[in-house]
Design a protein around this ligand. Sequence first.
Ligand SMILES: Cc1ncc(COP(=O)(O)O)c(C=O)c1O
Length: 445
Amino acid sequence: MTKPSPQAIFQVDHAHLIHPLHHPSDHQEPLLFVEGKGAILRDIEGREYLDGLACLWNVNVGHGREELANAASEQMRRLAYASAYVGFTNEPAIRLAERLLKLAYPNLSGVYFTTGGAESNETAFKTARYYWKRRGKPNKTKIISRHHAYHGVTLAAMSATGIPAYHKMFEPRVPGFFHIPPSYPYRLPGSMAEALEEAILREDPETVAAFIAEPVIGAGGVIPPTPDYFPRIREICDRYQVLFIADEVITGFGRTGRWFSLEHWGVQPDILTFAKGVTSAYLPLGGMMVSREIHQAILEAPPAERYMHAATYSAHPTCCAVALRNLEILEQEGLIEHAARMGERLIAGLQTLRDLPIVGNVRGLGLMCGVELVEDQETKEPAIGLGARVLAEARKRGLVTRIRVGQRGDFPIGDTILLAPPLVITEEQVDRIVEILRESIKACL
Ligand SMILES: Cc1ncc(COP(=O)(O)O)c(C=O)c1O
């Protein structure tokens, strides 16, 4: 039988596959990847691309890892799946929970597994409500999040998301979610932590369950905070008894040059949510780690107040086995330290692009960088539409990545080129990313 041509495959794609973020005009010339090795992806025509975003910020140990395929295969052959509902458990999940707690902040003591980031945040919101009900404060139910944040596709995670394009066609949002401006030094002066205090007081502290934030905003434009931001956030949350949920779905597992990124500022969250890099995307897995206090509230609950949060694939043995092997690779190959070094090289290289008149701001932490495009460096007028053109030029030159699409209005941001390559990226590949971006931006001037 002859193999179908790429065009024939694309026709079936157009006919039947609904993509995440779907508009037919975006799929006219899709890239069909068939192979990967390290930081390189190869398409069906045999062309190679540097993977500038580790696919979706998640292929931390790089493509083509046989060790992870073997870990999955061994576990699947023995026991692919078993329920972890009450009365049942499995060894990979137990070992992974123990391992994760050794890597994360010392105040955390319990782990709940999910299958992705949105479900982890959803779990965190429900757990915050659960905790306050157990503590006799049933009115503490509201969630405060930030403009430009991205927290996932489910209704509550979407409601916490602060990018209007994700709400528009799915309104109304879940009630009880409120947004504050983030720390965004390029466009908002000061640390902006006080915005949280104002929002808590405005809403009434007795009604606010939690504040959620990505330590470095990711899909919203790679926006690291000022150094004093999270220490102040922690103080404010403590003052008003508001739980602090750190969404480390992108920033966990070495992305910022530390295992978890609040380490940069010496802060601990009450709940940490994770996904993506925990398995380097080889299988879907996510989860939540909770503080001792929250864990105790679950462990000491009377039967009538049990924690009823029943996800079929929670603690999936095969996903957990892959995660365990993935963590070993990150550790044994020193990839966290490597990410810190490559991140410094990448941001230093990107800073050299500021001589190009449409580059407004270059920012990042570890291997997570953003290049914000503007119409005018003085006025910072957001460039909108330019980012897509730069991406197209970069693709022609062998680099694939994504952009944060810019917006005007109350919370302006220019199109921002997002970069978060696999942590195994080499120095030469980092330099090549910078070179390609320079050529691509110049081609759009
Ligand atoms: C910070 C953050 N939180 C949550 C999510 C949602 O994760 P998922 O798509 O696995 O549900 C994402 C996805 O990009 C993310 O970047």
